[in-house]
Design a protein around this ligand. Sequence first.
Ligand code: IMP
Ligand code: MG
Length: 181
Amino acid sequence: MNNDIERVLYSEAEIQTRIGEMAKEIEADYQGKRPMVISVLTGAILFTVDLLEKTDLYTTLDFIDVSSYFGAAESSGRVELVRDLKSDVAGKDILICEDIIDSGRTLQYLVDLLKERGAKSIKVATMLDKPAGRDASVTVEADYAGFIVPNEFLVGYGLDYEGYYRNLPYVGVLKPAVYTK
Ligand code: IMP
Ligand code: MG
């Protein structure tokens, strides 16, 4: 699997160091609060676990899964709820954990949904942010971002290509040969 990677963008050590910094920032911002962390399946699970391990706060954890569909007849992607939360978010301080924000449509959908359900506050932590991919309709942004990434297709540390490579401990770019197989 490692042989499919053309180059590493962020090493395991760089990622873990950066997450440590984000954890301290989050700790400071949530003093006296007990946020509910919402991890966006499947890509965000590695980041969520590493971030929470480094964060000295009382937190609860729940998961949500959404999918984007890009129908041929549609100019903009539609986001659909695939697996809902177990918990009620009304009155809660919510911290969404994402792997990457690209178009931002997934995040927009989630923030709108949680607001509608009466969340008290909503913040967003993302491992990677790809601002060049942002859709013009998107108004939400991350409050905590690990790395600002170039407009390339990335894998590893939760990010997949056809379901694989999520378990790489680093973030990298695939060899073009992998796509043309
Ligand atoms: P958005 O709705 O366009 O912001 O996309 C969010 C989702 O698309 C992420 O949670 C990822 O699952 C996926 N995604 C976006 N960019 C990449 C990438 O470079 N590699 C792998 N998955 C990506
Ligand atoms: Mg995702």
